[in-house]
Design a protein around this ligand. Structure first.
Ligand code: 5RP
Length: 221
């Protein structure tokens, strides 16, 4: 089974966690795109959505799914999003698509966070295959780079890219992520950093891993 088919499978598996008349937070990325397509088929059952990016908002609206402003939405019972990497504790690396800040806000306000991935994203040790993306205000670019070097990482500026919030992304490669909670804090303490793509303080509650032989469900907590 190819990776796209697996992404679709994990996205569709998330539908069973949706309760009628609730508001759903929607992540960003190619796996979430399949979730949005699946959601469009039951759109009459939900009260609306909150989008984690401009791209997601466009996709939702194109399929006639109502999109609400987070500050007006009230209670969000479920947030569904992909990840670049996930481990058995529900800790994630996110942000290859650059939407990490809004994604982290949505994960935090939601009662339940379901992460949808194909099996290639499930890892023993975070950071082997993916950098940790860091969103920073443009002025802080050099400072953030130097601080990442100070943490023994390799910072790579994402060229010709601005986030939906008008900020830059620095991808931090080779960081030691043996203590994800501490590292998430340390990166966010660098002046000018808006947010980073380590999701340890708000891990996923459920991970749906699509494998060739079906869906594996992991409940880290
Ligand atoms: C975007 C993200 C995505 O969830 C992550 O990059 C996974 O994307 P995809 O499903 O396309 O592999 O964090 O900011």
């Amino acid at each position: 089974m190819d990776q796209e088919a697996l992404k679709k499978q994990s996205a569709e598996a998330a539908l069973q966690y949706i309760h009628d008349d609730t508001i759903i937070g929607v992540g960003t990325g190619s796996t979430v795109k399949y979730f949005i397509e699946a959601l469009s088929k039951i759109k009459g059952r939900i009260a609306g959505t909150v989008a984690s990016s401009v791209d997601t908002e466009k996709q939702l609206k194109m399929l006639g799914i109502p999109v609400l402003d987070l500050n007006a939405a009230g209670r969000i019972s479920l947030y569904v999003d992909g990840a670049d990497e996930a481990n058995q504790y529900g800790y994630l690396i996110k942000g290859r698509g650059g939407a990490l800040t809004r994604e982290k806000i949505l994960a935090n306000v939601s009662e339940k966070f379901i992460c949808i991935i194909d099996e290639s994203k499930f890892v023993d040790i975070l950071g082997r295959n993916s950098p940790v993306p860091i969103e920073a205000i443009p002025m802080a670019r050099s400072l953030v780079g130097r601080k990442v070097v100070g943490l023994s990482g390799n910072p790579v500026y994402r060229e010709n890219y601005l986030t939906d919030n008008g900020n830059i992304i620095i991808d931090a490669y080779n960081l030691n992520i043996s203590k994800p909670l501490e590292l998430e804090n340390s990166l966010n303490c660098i002046p000018g950093v808006v947010e980073n793509g380590l999701f340890a303080h708000r891990p996923a509650d459920i991970i749906l891993i699509a494998k060739a032989n079906g869906i594996e469900t992991i409940k880290p907590r």
